[in-house]
Ligand binder design. Structure first.
Ligand code: MRU
Length: 342
């Protein structure tokens, strides 16, 4: 499991140490959770969302003995702080809004009952995430054929969710149905989620995985080693434009050029109908050291200018379908996605 709530603390597997070490980080305050998200102890849109929900709960526990004014004022700053951890994955804001709604609906409750309700809500967000991923897996497995080669980018697996995964959940479900699949995992420069996390996770699950560098995916497609692309998303706009890990856009163009279906796999909590198109999705810019250094070793000249956007946006017209817990949305997405919320 990526995360676990234990009585009064959130335990996170430290994704920065994988695959060489399996270490855990304990979060006792909302600030600990803020730092864990910001510093990539936990990453991946649904996992960030669920962690933030527990961060909100920890914030409420911190102020449990305070006056009404102090308590509710504190909760406003807790939400603000957690929402500043990372800007792109909408699941973060979705989970915090859901926790705040629970708080507001029950604000008349005595403090102990209110905190117990927040705890139930955070646990519900976490357990629902696993059920949703399993439903996504079942819906997506229908398009996977026995013997398919599947390319994926970044990590949209158990580590990016509470458990099971989205894109990797589809692969898991296909394997459970007895299909033999061959996964090609892009290493995903600069943070190497594909090499460090996806390769590790799939090998652990006994799924056939081959690691490639990002610049090899075109050739792998040309050689017909892949029949399908399955990737996750951090935010899907109302028109179907999808933000995901930097490099996804290039993969989508390559897939179109080679006539290979390109699917986004994500829960509806990643769909943001209030963002009309991908142009309005905020893209996180990360530390340039991620590019200039590799494992602490400098690989670029001192003071070289760098650009390090953590995500890109794949336009809706390159996306064959969006696999969700409610089924597979097809273009035009402004209609099909909206329908899924009805
Ligand atoms: O920067 P990260 O590692 O948080 O980026 C993660 C991704 O881009 C994933 O593909 C996305 O969150 C989907 S996870 C099911």
């Amino acid at each position: 499991m990526t995360l676990e709530w234990k009585e009064d603390r959130l335990i996170l597997i430290d994704q920065r140490s994988l695959p060489s070490k399996e270490e855990y980080v304990e979060c006792l305050t909302h600030e600990d959770v803020y730092l864990a998200i910001k510093n990539m102890v936990v990453r991946g849109a649904p996992a960030i969302g669920a962690s933030a929900a527990f961060g909100y709960l920890l914030g409420a526990r911190e102020a449990r003995t305070g006056s009404e004014e102090m308590f509710f004022g504190h909760m406003v700053s807790v939400k603000k702080r957690l929402s500043e951890s990372r800007p792109t994955a909408v699941n973060l804001f979705w989970a915090l809004d859901r926790m705040e709604r629970t708080l507001n609906q029950l604000r008349k409750l005595e403090r102990k009952g209110l905190i117990a309700s927040l705890e139930s809500e955070a646990l519900k967000i976490a357990s629902e995430d696993i059920e949703i991923n399993k439903a996504i897996g079942k819906n997506g497995a229908a398009i996977v054929r026995d013997g398919d080669g599947i390319l994926t980018h970044c990590n949209a697996g158990a580590l990016a969710t509470v458990d099971y995964g989205t894109a990797l959940g589809v692969m898991r479900a296909a394997v459970q149905q007895g299909k033999k699949i061959y996964v090609y995992a892009d290493e995903t420069r600069p943070y190497l989620q594909g090499a460090r996390l996806t390769a590790w996770e799939l090998m652990k699950s006994g799924v056939d995985v081959t690691l490639i560098c990002d610049n090899m995916s075109g050739w792998v497609m040309k050689k017909r080693l892949v029949d399908l692309v399955l990737v996750g998303a951090d935010r899907i706009a109302a028109n179907g434009d999808a933000a995901n890990k930097i490099g996804t856009y290039s993969v989508a163009i390559l897939a179109q050029r080679h006539g290979i279906p390109f699917y986004i796999v994500a829960p509806l909590s990643t769909v943001d109908l209030s963002t009309p198109t991908g142009d309005e999705i905020p893209i996180e810019e990360r530390d340039h050291r991620e590019i200039t250094h590799l494992g602490g070793y400098q690989i670029a000249p001192d003071n070289v200018k760098c650009l390090n956007p953590a995500f890109d946006v794949t336009p809706w017209n390159l996306i064959t379908g969006i696999i969700t817990e409610k089924g597979i949305a097809r273009p035009p997405y402004n209609i099909s996605l909206k329908k899924m919320f009805e």
